[in-house]
Design a protein around this ligand. Structure first.
Ligand code: DGT
Ligand code: CA
Ligand code: CA
Ligand code: ZN
Length: 582
């Protein structure tokens, strides 16, 4: 975490605590300042060092806030904040992560019931105490009770999008070390799960202690949790990173073992036993001549272990891609020679859901198109938001503005080799209707329809709604179908099979929105949709050039859904795409 992030979080906490005490105006001033501090290009510690005036260079930061920033860097704390915390000693961040619970609610529940933690909140809801507090009712209490488990899980697991850049950084760092022969991630992050408990890192080296020392010196490590001779754990940005060092001859075995999942490995070990083999983190061993194979982990004749492929080969299996290792039929498929040839990043020919500064993007049409060209794409769709439910503050384009944008897109299209498509991201209203005029829709190249509001509907209503949306004659893509935000809101519960069947019948593709805050559909549901016959498309929903790189998360999510290249619309040649969009 940069110091800017750190200071921004302090002022966000400040704002929450003030809001909990019903203080007016100040909370929003602090929040705005926090946002600007977070986004500011210069390190805040440098500005603080130069003095209050330098800190006030940041937009929205005046005397009151700059003095606190300087105080923080001089003394390590902010007295006023410490006092507020003492008056309201609650776990604010965790409590407000419960959907429907804001700082004011936290303040009232502390006053009335002394609630400070998630456990206390849950207990109070279950004991029916919350409905007794003035201003609260049975309905609010019920909502809190229902939303606590989701918040609790969010506390325990990190978003892939937060952990993966960290994993890349630690791998780059370790691979530069002369004692490191090989380094890779294992565990859920190698399987590209959408959330991860911790980052597992595996290194092949003859000198465990030296590698452990290098690892604990990793600049991004904030704290060292433990360090031994071949194992260590650190915390970086609040994420735990575990290192294991093994000898090079056992790297493949360890990589296989620590990649998991546990269920995959359990089933694989049974395959080994059936063949008189023993499989563990040290290798595969032929134990047919060994009396007590459990006495020594390395007992028997070693038949595999240096590479991961050799581990599977020893069991008569092809290498199973990590994304599939969840014991959902992949071992059977491997045995029967029916593993899919999974889609790869290089198969992707374009992005079909992106934004510009015409709506809530931050970059112009030509900047976004230039960024797409740089990524070597054949085609690219601009799909700014239309007005409608869920679009606040005039973000979306109305029909006239969409018509006006057609001219702008045509101009840019004339200057690029990319096949530039003009589309829209229309809102799916609560009944499944699309809030853009039919004449405009039929003049656009592509229509992405996404739910942005009414995300608390029950399964039946939500399914009906999305079936209606895909039956709309102009819709081509159903964008982020559930509307979930990882660790923030669960999104719609759907009968995905039914939506996917309707999509297939109507020539609509179901999106994997690759924005790491969404990953929607998630892998398991992609597989359901695929089996129901739907075409999948993986789009980044980029609002800035860097957002186009989210494509990697989309591709790995597609792989978790067992997608081959042909299953994914935006790997198709442009002519085939055009005929899908008709
Ligand atoms: P996470 O971190 O909760 O997202 O999930 P994983 O899968 O990364 O789990 P983690 O970090 O506890 O362990 C990494 C891998 O190591 C796991 O996928 C399988 C393997 N592993 C760890 N402990 C055991 C164990 O007791 N038995 C078996 N069979 N495998 C284990
Ligand atoms: Ca892990
Ligand atoms: Ca671990
Ligand atoms: Zn979008």
């Amino acid at each position: 975490m940069s110091r800017n992030d750190e200071v921004a979080s302090l002022f966000e906490e400040f704002a929450d605590l003030l809001e909990a005490r019903d203080v007016a105006y100040k909370p929003s001033t602090y929040r705005r300042a926090a946002e600007n501090i977070r986004e500011h290009p210069r390190p805040i510690e440098e500005l603080a060092d130069e003095g209050q005036a330098a800190v006030e260079e940041i937009q929205g930061v005046g005397d009151a806030i700059s003095s606190k920033v300087v105080e923080y860097f001089e003394t390590g704390s902010i007295e006023e904040l410490a006092e507020l915390r003492e008056e309201l000693p609650v776990d604010m961040a965790t409590l407000t992560s419960v959907e429907g619970v804001g700082p004011k609610t936290v303040g009232k529940l502390y006053e009335a019931l002394g609630i400070t933690t998630l456990d206390e909140l849950e207990a109070a809801a279950e004991e029916g105490k919350i409905r007794e507090v003035s201003g609260f009712g049975a309905k609010t209490e019920e909502n809190i009770r229902e939303n606590v488990p989701f918040a609790r899980q969010a506390q325990e697991r990190e978003r892939l999008g937060d952990a993966r850049p960290l994993a890349d950084d630690v791998l780059d760092y370790l691979r530069d070390d002369e004692d490191v022969r090989q380094a890779d991630v294992a565990g859920s992050i190698r399987r590209w799960r959408d959330t991860i408990g911790d980052v597992d890192v595996l290194v092949a080296s003859e000198s465990g202690e030296a590698v452990v020392e290098t690892f604990t010196d990793w600049p991004a490590a904030n704290t060292v949790i433990e360090a031994g001779t071949s194992k260590a754990s650190v915390r970086s940005n609040g994420i735990r990173v575990d290192l294991r060092v093994v000898v090079p001859e056992e790297f493949g075995a360890a990589l296989q073992y620590f990649t998991g999942s546990k269920d995959h490995n359990v089933k694989l070990r049974n395959v080994a036993i059936d063949r008189d083999l023993k499989m563990n983190e040290y290798g595969v061993f032929d134990v047919s001549d060994v009396d007590d194979a459990d006495a020594d982990q390395r007992a028997g004749e070693k038949v595999a272990g240096e590479t991961e492929a050799s581990m599977y080969e020893a069991l008569g299996l092809p290498l199973v891609p990590p994304e599939l290792r969840e014991d959902t039929g992949e071992i059977e498929a491997a045995r029967d020679g029916e593993l899919p040839t999974l889609v790869e990043r290089g198969d992707v020919r374009g992005d079909l859901h992106t934004h510009t500064d015409w709506s809530d993007g931050r970059y112009s049409l030509s900047e976004m198109v230039a960024a797409a060209e740089k990524r070597g794409y054949d085609y690219y769709a601009v799909t700014d938001h239309a007005t409608g439910p869920g679009m606040v503050g005039g973000v979306g384009l109305d029909d006239d503005e969409l018509r006006e944008q057609m001219g702008a897109v045509a101009d840019v299209a004339g200057e690029t080799d990319l096949e530039l498509l003009h589309g829209v991201e229309a809102n799916v209203d609560a009944e499944g209707g699309i809030s853009v005029g039919d004449d405009v829709l039929s003049d656009l190249d592509i229509v992405v329809a996404s739910p942005h509001a009414a995300l608390g509907q029950d399964r039946e209503t939500a399914t009906e709604r999305l079936v209606n949306a895909v039956e709309h004659p102009s819709v081509d893509v159903l964008g982020h179908p559930t509307g979930r935000l990882i660790n923030e809101r669960p999104g719609l519960e759907l009968d995905v099979e039914r939506v996917a069947r309707a999509a297939a019948e109507n020539g609509v593709a179901l999106e994997i929105n690759a924005d790491p805050a969404r990953l929607d559909l998630r892998g398991e549901l992609v597989r359901v949709a695929l089996e129901a016959g739907a075409t999948i498309v993986t789009n980044t929903d980029a609002h800035a050039p860097g957002g186009l790189d989210y494509v990697r998360y989309g591709v790995h999510t597609a792989r978790r859904g067992w997608c081959e290249a042909g299953d994914v619309l935006n790997t198709w040649p442009v002519e085939d795409l055009r005929s899908f969009l008709h």
